[in-house]
Write a new protein. Structure first.
Length: 289
């Protein structure tokens, strides 16, 4: 697979998903999939993707949804997973080979600028569309990958405050961490950039989509994929907003944070693992005929 260089409008994200976060996502791949699989499945059920359809999986990462989509569309359909992270796509490719899917391929491209032809019935994404530097341009470009009448379905996070599984550990860690300065721009590329549905509907409309809708979905998820409390604490301290902050701190401070995060997560411990609520949007839209 040709590897893209860290340049263009999303150069920073290309660097981030290859050099900083990609390897961690590969390492924790099974755990991450176990944690969010039900959210992707909710979006797939909403999309009602049919046998024989051609699907573009945007920001497919390590490929779990691409494999699931390949099962859904069957041999008469096809799935193309695209992502800026070559390291995550290597993992996706290995999984596809193992599963023996001949209707699935992966491409290391930037969804915002890759030239497409209108050959797909569906655009799908599980948490892969919130990182574009210029979302309007990115969705205008993605629209060109859809045949007229083709549909977009993606799942995105609602606000941090509505997602205790991320908020609770962050709040527990906060008292140990240095003041973080002014709050970050909530629309900057990142997991919560699409929390404001009014903004996203304007982006999609400006990009040329119609029949744009947001459905709020709340689910109990198994944080850390259903492992022990201690393993879950380690997991939340490696990824997401808390992982980013903790990359900069020494081991003494890290140990204090660990103790408090463990205490904060303990009430959510169940026989099946650490269960907490997650709040997402399922966004749907259509390319006009
Ligand atoms: C939060 S991860 C989600 C990965 C995967 N969809 C999943 O659910 O496991 C976001 C993914 O979007 C990809 N991504 C970010 N910006 C992108 C862009 N401009 N074009 C293609 N992929 C992008 C990242 O490399 C990363 O794999």
């Amino acid at each position: 697979m040709d590897r893209i260089a860290a340049e263009g409008p999303n150069a920073q994200q290309i660097e981030y998903w290859n050099e900083v976060s990609g390897a961690r996502w590969v390492e924790l791949n099974d755990v991450i999939d176990a944690q969010i699989t039900s959210l992707g499945e909710a979006a797939m059920a909403r999309a009602a993707i049919a046998t024989g359809e051609r699907v573009l999986d945007v920001g497919c990462g390590c490929g779990q949804t691409s494999l699931q989509l390949a099962e859904r569309v069957g041999d008469s359909g096809a799935v193309v997973g695209i992502d800026i992270s070559a390291v995550m796509l290597e993992r996706a490719q290995a999984r596809a080979k193992e599963a023996g899917h001949s209707n699935l391929e992966f491409r290391n491209v930037d969804a915002q600028i890759e030239p497409f032809t209108a050959s797909f019935d569906r655009l799908f994404s599980r948490f892969g569309v919130m990182f574009f530097a210029e979302p309007e341009k990115a969705f205008a470009n993605l629209l060109t990958a859809l045949r007229p009448g083709g549909r977009l379905t993606c799942v995105t996070w609602r606000a941090l405050g509505e997602n205790p599984w991320m908020m609770v550990p962050l709040a527990a860690a906060a008292k140990h961490l240095p003041p973080s300065g002014p709050p970050p721009d909530p629309t900057a590329p990142g997991p919560f950039a699409f929390a404001d549905s009014t903004r996203v509907e304007a982006i999609l409309a400006a990009a040329g989509f119609e029949e744009i809708a947001h459905e709020a979905v709340d689910q109990e998820i198994l944080v850390g994929g259903g492992r022990t409390l201690d393993q879950t604490v380690e997991f939340v301290m490696q990824l997401g907003p808390l992982g980013a902050v903790l990359r900069e701190v020494d081991s003494e401070l890290r140990a204090k944070v660990l103790t408090d995060v463990r205490t904060a997560l303990e009430p959510y411990e169940h026989e099946s693992g650490v269960k907490m609520s997650a709040a997402v949007w399922i966004v749907s839209a259509r390319r006009p005929e």
